[in-house]
Design a protein. Structure first.
Length: 113
């Protein structure tokens, strides 16, 4: 059994928001137990995934470990991190190239890092 709740937004701005929520009645059945097990995992790992994609190093390691421990289950996409040194080198090369936009500035007028 499930229920849907509509309620005032509470701490969202000045209280003029209506929020919706979902509740699951925990009746002790195997069916509901399997739903809870899956839902809790999805909820927590969704937060880990967002932080991983934002380049949080701890979340990245948790996501990698999760993927290794769940080879046949759901997986979290691990982003490829940019190599900052290569980016800076390319930026400087662009600025000093004789065919480039000019000495010392980028096409948008920015100075090198």
């Amino acid at each position: 059994m499930s229920m849907v709740a509509l309620h005032n937004g509470g701490s969202t701005g000045i209280g003029k928001a209506i929020n919706g929520g979902f509740g699951l009645v925990l009746d002790g059945s195997k069916r509901v137990d399997s739903i809870i097990k899956s839902a809790m995992l999805w909820d927590v790992m969704g937060g880990v995934a967002r932080r991983n994609w934002a380049a949080n190093p701890n979340a990245r390691q948790v996501a990698i470990t999760y993927n290794v421990q769940n080879p046949n289950g759901d997986q979290i996409t691990i982003p490829h991190l940019a190599n900052e040194a290569k980016i800076r080198l390319q930026w400087i090369t662009c600025l000093t190239d004789s065919d480039g936009p000019g000495e010392g500035t980028a096409p948008n007028g920015e100075k090198p890092l």
